[in-house]
Design a protein around this ligand. Structure first.
Ligand code: FE2
Length: 322
């Protein structure tokens, strides 16, 4: 199967590949026939598409609200309808769908990592691109599959791209959780003491997903959810990764147990957890701390005047040198 991203498809004039439906509405055409207007998204962008009545395959239930966020295989021509916009420079492409169906597990498995993750949902596109490159640069097939399994989950991906990392401390804005997670992975990636590629990639994956449990900690308004009030996010991390960890157990048992240890071992100030048994356990905890402290300091000085060299954030006090 020939697979192209949305960006490549628009360039080529024909779309064919795996995408996620991120918008769907049924409209009535001038001839009175209903047709389906959808938005297709992937890791490179999004595009408007239409399914004319005669193009609907027999086994396709018109994508109403139940189709939101499902992954599909779609193909169709790129059109620039003049009635939409008179200025040629501002014309937006519309895909006229030839074929559309649910994507198979196998197709998604063989596609480039996180290809159907909607760039559209992420407030910070630069950070989104770093997430995609971090996943694609993993050389260990089991670890790459693991990251994709965790992040492609319906209840996870949108919140991971949009949630804050805290309510009033570091990275406490939409997209803050992803920004913090990618920062931690980048810090880990820049250490040169690893003794094997596997050790380095385990640390990167451990860092990238160390706060994935926070996708349940906040509601849509960025306030603490009931789950966030009642449950430690580290426990949620194990629950969210449970299915993917089970698969990783079969792929490579030691990798799975190392990740479980990294996410549950004790860190300075923690009440629970086994003492860290690997250097990379400390690496993840330290990278987490570095990212959090820079974030806290940024937040403390965010509303300070340029002359102010002391700022507070809750109980924390920060001093600006220059
Ligand atoms: Fe963190």
């Amino acid at each position: 199967m020939h697979v192209k991203t949305i960006a490549q498809s628009i360039n080529d004039g024909y779309l064919t590949g795996l995408y996620r439906i991120t918008g769907v509405i049924v409209k009535i055409a001038k001839n009175g026939e209903p047709y389906v207007s959808i938005r297709l998204s992937d890791s490179t962008g999004d595009v408007h598409a239409v399914i004319w009545p005669e193009r609907k395959p027999l086994d396709w239930n018109p994508p109403y609200r139940n189709s939101m966020n499902t992954c599909v295989y779609a193909s169709g021509s790129v059109n620039y309808f003049t009635s939409c916009n008179k200025n040629p420079a501002e014309k937006k492409p519309t895909i006229v769908i030839d074929e559309i169906r649910l994507a198979t597990e196998n197709e998604l498995h063989e596609a480039p990592a996180l290809t159907t993750l909607p760039r559209l949902y992420c407030p910070n596109k630069d950070v989104f691109d770093k997430l995609i490159s971090t996943a694609r640069e993993l050389e260990s097939p089991p670890l790459k599959r693991f990251v994709c399994r965790v992040l492609n989950q319906d209840q996870v991906f949108q919140r991971f791209l949009q949630a804050p990392a805290s309510t009033k401390y570091h990275h406490s804005y939409p997209g803050g959780l992803l920004e913090h997670s990618v920062e931690v992975a980048c810090i880990i990636n820049n250490i040169e003491l690893y003794r094997s590629p596997n050790e380095k990639e385990l640390a990167i994956v451990g860092g990238l997903l160390h706060d994935i449990g926070k996708v349940r900690s906040y509601n849509n308004y960025g306030s603490m959810s009931l789950n966030g009030k009642l449950t430690d996010h580290n426990a949620q991390t194990l629950e969210i990764c449970a299915e993917a960890l089970k698969e990783l157990d079969s792929d490579n048992y030691n990798l799975a147990e190392t990740l479980r240890h990294i996410w549950t071992c004790s860190s300075p100030g923690s009440r629970y957890g086994r003492p860290t048994k690997f250097a990379i356990g400390h690496v993840v905890a330290t990278a987490d701390r570095i990212s959090a402290e820079f974030g806290n300091e940024n937040a403390a000085f965010a509303s300070a005047s340029t002359h102010q060299n002391l700022a507070r954030l809750g109980q924390l006090e920060y001093c600006r040198l220059a």
